[in-house]
Design a protein around this ligand. Structure first.
Ligand code: PMP
Length: 343
């Protein structure tokens, strides 16, 4: 369907996002590097796909009833996707979010009608981790509310991964006319990475799949040294993982790269300034990973990555000179350029 075609509802406008050539990354590597513009989804992120798939799967399995409540633990984007799917399908949404996530994402969730429960950011092993709080909340709501409650469980619910096996992966294969040689992205739940990989390995045997891992995530060590070990930290949101989630089960990438924030942010700022792409931090990690994969495969290859969400979701952090300076990260000159020199 063309992007301009009339739709019966907003949910049918999820997916079929364009692939955009990233000029500087392509020129620097002699490859064709393409970003899949997931920030153009109705909820403005890659997670609309997983949200829709999870709700459709729950409906098909009779796990959710009209007027029921969808409960989820999320860094934000999945919650935004779930809130919009819930509005169209007639459910309520309760979102448990670590308080460290951006104010913009929390605000967007509230505007979308979700009820927000903010909790301290603690590791998964702690029973007060947002995922466990969400699961318990869903259980107690299900007991009290006759309309019922459903825990979306994006990390371990493979309806998430299936969205990318059935749609994102085939879209990438078809959108490149079958010429895709490599795919790379970061993992939060791992649904995008493992799902696209599953589709592409079948459509194009020999395609190279790579993980781009931020600092503070244990996956790079897991796939390169066999130990789930995290070092450092990242200001990016929604990516990095300390365990092998249900969506990553059985998956092993062909390559893995560990990307420092400074490398990712320079790319985010460059894409904004020189290519008109307004992106969040995880997109920077992904494009950095695409450049590394391109260099490893050599010139002439076609590499695809994901442009997960937009800059506006992180204005108070990634694009806030004071926030960057406090963390010793480079501040792009135009962000705090005074207007004094204007006539
Ligand atoms: N980027 C952003 C901004 C996200 O919110 C997420 C999801 N948490 C991801 C990337 C990672 O996607 P996935 O959960 O499919 O691994």
């Amino acid at each position: 369907m063309s992007r301009a075609a009339a739709r019966p509802d907003v949910l049918t406008a999820i997916g079929d996002t364009p692939l955009i050539r990233l000029r500087r990354a392509s020129e620097e590597t002699g490859c064709t590097i393409l970003g899949k513009a997931e920030f153009l989804n109705p909820g403005l992120s890659v997670k609309d796909r997983a949200a829709l798939s999870i709700v459709q799967d729950a409906e098909a399995r009779g796990l959710i009833r009209p007027g029921g409540t969808i409960v989820e633990g999320t860094a934000g984007n999945t919650g935004i996707g779930l809130a919009l799917v819930a509005s169209v399908r007639g459910y309520r949404t309760v979102i448990v979010i670590p308080e460290t996530q951006s104010a913009e994402k929390k605000q967007t969730l509230r505007l979308a009608g979700a009820r927000l429960v903010e909790v301290p950011a603690v590791p998964f092993a702690n029973p007060n981790n947002y995922v466990h709080v969400a699961r318990r909340l869903a259980e107690s709501l299900a007991e009290r509310d006759p309309a019922g409650a459903f825990f979306a469980d994006q990390f371990d619910n493979v309806a998430n991964r299936r969205a990318h096996v059935e749609r994102t992966g085939p879209e990438i294969y078809e959108g490149t006319g079958g010429s895709v040689d490599g795919f790379v992205c970061a993992a939060g739940t791992g649904g995008t990475l493992a799902g696209v990989a599953e589709a592409l390995w079948v459509a194009k045997p020999g395609v190279s799949i790579a993980l781009a891992d931020p600092e503070g995530s244990a996956l790079y060590a897991h796939y390169t040294a066999g130990t789930l070990k995290a070092e450092g930290s990242s200001i990016t949101e929604g990516i990095g993982q300390g365990r092998v989630t249900g969506n990553l089960a059985g998956f092993t990438p062909d390559h893995a790269f560990r990307i420092p924030d400074a490398e990712a942010l320079a790319i985010v700022f460059g894409l904004m300034r020189e290519e008109g792409l307004s992106l969040g931090g995880s997109s920077g990690i992904n494009v950095a990973g695409a450049i590394r994969l391109a260099k490893r495969l050599g010139p002439g290859h076609t590499i695809v990555t994901i442009l997960c969400d937009g800059a506006a979701r992180y204005a108070s952090k990634l694009f806030n000179p004071a926030f960057l300076a406090e963390r010793g990260l480079p501040v792009p000159d135009w962000l705090d350029a005074p207007a004094e020199d204007l006539p």
